[in-house]
Every structure is written in C-alpha cells, then in structure tokens.
Write a new protein. Structure first.
Lengths: 292, 131
C-alpha cells in the first residue's frame, strides 16, 4: 500500500538534519537505508509528518581503522561491511553477523546506523555492537556525544538518542588478544528475522581457560539481552562439555523472551541455551586458532 | 527441518510438453513444502487472523526449495483422445505425507500435525504435545 502523505527533506549535512529534526519535532523521522522505515510507512504503521533523508550527506559512510579497532560511519551500507576486508580482519563478529541480515538486496540499501537507531530487538547488529562494547557517536543541537552501546538500547524500537540527535558513527574497540567470536541465529527461513540469536565474544588465555565472555542475545526480549549469568559460568574455566552445559542452562534460566506467533518464550529459552553451546564452542575454537 | 532433495514420480498420462509438465509438478512440490514446513493460518482467541501479511504468513522462495527430481511415467489414459491425465497439483498432494514420514523416520516418532515448525519438532523431541 501507499504511505500517508509526508513532507520530504533532503539533508546535505548532519547539521542540517539536526536542524530539521529540531524544527519538526516528533513528527520527523530520519530516512537512512529505508529497509525498516519504508515497509512501516507502506503499512501505515507509522505516519510521520516529515522525512529527513540522510542519503545525500557526504562523509557518513567510511570504514576506517582507528586505535586498533574501527570507526564506521552510520550510513555505511551493510553490504559494504560484508565485503570489507578491514571489517573481516578487525571485527569478524560484525562481518559474520551482517551476512545474516535480510537478503543481499536489503543489505545493499540497509545501513549500520539505521539498524541500530531502529533498534529492532530481533535484529543482529544491536546485539553485535553490545557484545563488542562499541561506542556510538550521536550529533545533536549541542554537538556530539558518545554513548556506550550497552546503554543505547532502551526498549523495543527505542534508543537513548534525543529527539533531535542523529547517530553518526560507530566505534569498535580493538579486539583483545586471544578473543574469538561467533554469531548464530535460528530463523524460519534464511534472511528472516531471527526467532532467537546470539553474538558471542570469548577470550581465552594461553592455557585455554576462559578469561572473559560476553554473550548477547537478540530476539529474546525488548533489547539486546546480555546473558551475564551464562558468561559467569564460562569465566575461569576451560571451555569443555561440562562448562558449556552449565552456561547453556544458565542462559535458558536468565533469558526472558516474549512469545509471538512464530515462537513461544519457552522455545526461545531452550534454543537460547543450545545457541550458547554452539556459539561458545565456535568462538573458543576461533580464539584458540588465533592464539596458536 | 531442511529438505535436502525431493523426488517425485508422476503418472501424467501423455506428457505433451514434458518441460511444462515437470515445471508444474516442481511448482506443486514447492507449494506443498510451504504447507508442510512454513505456511500456517494463526488465529487469536477472538478468531482474528494473525498471519495476514507475507511477513508472518511464510511461503518458500526459490532459494528455500531443494533440488527436485521429477520423473514422468507416461501411461496414456484410455478415456480421452490425447491420453492426458491431470498434472501439477499432484506435486502438492504427496508432500505433507512425504515430509511427515521423513521426520517420523528420522525421529522414530509419529507426526500428526503440520506444518513441521521448529517449535513443533522441538516439542516432539522433548516428548511433549506439539503446540
């Protein structure tokens, strides 16, 4: 169907976009890649008075090596991340996860910043930036500020961005030595939103003992769900069958996902535990391979 | 449940244009796989249909359908001058039973409900009544 009528503004700078947001208030929505917003408009689930298009703003789509990690412009297309050797080398978790986002056609338009600002709890990228402890840079009327990814996602489709702020950059810190990552999800068909998925970062010491673990679920509640209890079961132990079983049980216990027509909360909890086993095994194997 | 390969043998009478007949049967199988694995009309307690868009009513796309081997058996029908029989929907009819039997064989458990969603299969594995 067709969207309800709206005014359209094409911003040519972040300052201009911020100004338009400040001027139009609640009625304004930012248009990035449009892969979530445009269907919502077409179904008339949202009826913004105006759209502020970010696509003509230069300089928001760079992938740069910075401080051992990465600085990625918010308008970087998901397909660019998927094809970037720099991303593959420095943020293999992001590289693996972005391939699970929709289909190639969607990733060709969809942006990193758009996915994060939309904050769909079943989406991969919010969980990935939370797992990687990313810093998100927002620009508003008073200038730029930095937000930790773990504080960014507030609720279903709701972030810590102020009404007149634009997400401009995502900074990923350098990976710790001995770190391995994995992103897995269960979905009905390839490219569908995950019923439940997991982004895992596991750091091993030279002896194969887990020093640090961050397990972040998507599709398991209103925001990316950090499974701290499951991570605690891993830290200080070698990653073996017994440790994995305990971590999986802890994850199933601590998750509080919602039920919907595609899967019950109980199903998501059980599959969440299975994903911990698989993803942590893979991440630990990759960590071991990296250390060797 | 991921079908790796699907084989269908169909008595189509006389295949006037075999390519079209094979395509019809393969299309029927794709439709049947959708009904066996994905497609479901879900209603809420008030009878309101919940699966009203293709975001929620899932159908297989070409990438979701495994290779299909179609074998035509031509036994011309005596009842009409061309010797033709119905073809096409025949691809759909057997799919549910074929998938259910394959899963029953793999798990050693009876399958009584379609579609075979992940939640149903997991419930069967856990010895629970499928949702």
């Amino acid at each position: 169907v067709k969207p309800a009528p709206f005014e359209y503004f094409e911003a040519t700078s972040v300052e201009e976009a911020v100004g338009l947001l400040a001027e139009h208030g609640d009625g304004a929505k930012l248009l990035a890649g449009g892969q979530s917003l445009v269907p919502l408009l077409a179904f008339r689930l949202v009826r913004p008075a105006c759209l502020v298009d970010l696509n003509r703003i230069g300089g928001l789509a760079a992938v740069e090596a910075r401080d051992g990690g990465l600085a990625i412009g918010a308008m970087t297309r998901q397909r660019t991340l998927e094809r970037s050797e720099l991303v593959r080398a420095r943020a293999p978790l992001l590289h693996e996860a972005v391939r699970l986002v929709g289909h190639p056609q969607i990733r060709t338009r969809g942006t990193l910043g758009g996915s994060l600002a939309h904050a769909d709890p079943a989406a991969e990228l919010p969980a990935v930036v939370t797992a990687l402890d990313a810093t998100l840079v927002a620009q508003g009327p008073a200038g730029r500020r930095e937000l930790a990814a773990r504080d960014f996602f507030r609720s279903y489709l709701t972030t810590a961005l102020a009404p007149a702020e634009v997400l401009v950059e995502v900074r990923l810190p350098a990976a710790s030595p001995g770190a391995g990552t994995a992103c897995l999800e269960v979905s009905r068909r390839p490219g569908d939103f995950a019923l439940v998925g997991l982004a895992a970062v596991v750091t091993l010491d030279g002896g194969g003992v887990c020093r640090q673990a961050r397990l972040v679920f998507f599709g398991a509640g209103p925001v990316p769900a950090v499974a701290a209890g499951a991570a605690r079961e891993l830290v200080g132990r070698p990653i073996g069958e017994e440790t994995l079983a305990r971590a999986a049980a802890a994850a199933s216990e601590e998750l509080s996902p919602d039920s919907d027509i595609h899967a019950s909360a109980d199903y998501r909890r059980r599959v969440g535990g299975a994903l911990v086993r698989r993803a942590v095994s893979i991440a630990a194997a990759r960590a071991g391979a990296g250390a060797a | 449940v991921t079908p790796r390969r699907y084989a269908i043998v169909a008595d189509v009478g006389r295949a006037i244009n075999p390519t079209i007949v094979e395509g019809q049967l393969a299309g029927g199988v794709a439709h049947g796989l959708g009904g066996s694995l994905l497609e479901e009309l879900v209603y809420d307690a008030h009878g309101q249909l919940l699966t009203t868009t293709f975001m929620d009513y899932l159908v297989p796309g070409s990438a979701d359908v495994p290779p299909i081997d179609v074998t035509l058996v031509e036994a011309p029908a005596p009842s009409n001058p061309l010797g033709v029989k119905g073809a096409g929907e025949a691809g759909t009819s057997g799919t549910g039973a074929a998938l259910a039997n394959a899963v029953a064989h793999a798990l050693g458990l009876p399958v009584t409900t379609l579609p075979l969603s992940p939640a149903r299969v997991l419930a069967m594995l856990a010895g629970e009544t499928p949702p």
